[in-house]
Design a protein. Structure first.
Length: 148
């Protein structure tokens, strides 16, 4: 029907649970190995980066020079002025608000341009050369020069 609220029955259940726990603990101790050898504890990494219990094949060993190993971010090579300069076409320009967009000729990316970064009067479909800087809201064009 249901569980009994009798105090003696509850105590019997607690004692039985305690004995079961002790029996399980004894069984685990009996079945456990006393210790593992060093070979059993070793783990190896194969040529694909997977952990394995078998040692790697010495025939597949690759020698590396210490000088060739790079730790951290590689040094950046400064780019020339020609690599930094992009070419494109002004696709939109709002003279009242003083901003527009340039479509990069190479990446076809639309880049924001502000009137303060222009070297002259700009209008739509003008071909320009410019440099790209990254701002808080994304890339924007600087040093924009109108090309003939």
């Amino acid at each position: 029907m249901g569980e009994s609220w009798n105090k003696k029955e509850r105590e019997k259940k607690k004692q039985k649970a305690k004995m079961d726990k002790l029996d399980k603990m004894k069984e685990r101790k009996e079945n456990a190995k006393q210790g593992k050898s060093l070979d059993d504890m070793m783990a190896y990494i194969d040529e694909y980066g997977n952990i394995s219990s078998t040692p790697p094949d010495p025939g597949k060993k690759i020698e590396f020079k210490v000088e060739d190993i790079q730790i951290g971010v590689p040094k950046s090579i400064p780019q020339s002025q020609e690599e930094l300069t992009h070419k494109g076409k002004i696709t939109f320009f709002n003279h009242e608000k003083g901003f527009g967009f340039i479509k990069d000729q190479q990446s076809q990316q639309s880049i924001f341009v502000h009137v303060n970064n222009l070297s002259g009067e700009a209008k739509e479909n003008d071909k320009v050369s410019f440099e790209i800087e990254i701002g808080q809201k994304g890339p924007f064009a600087v040093n924009v020069r109108i090309m003939n």
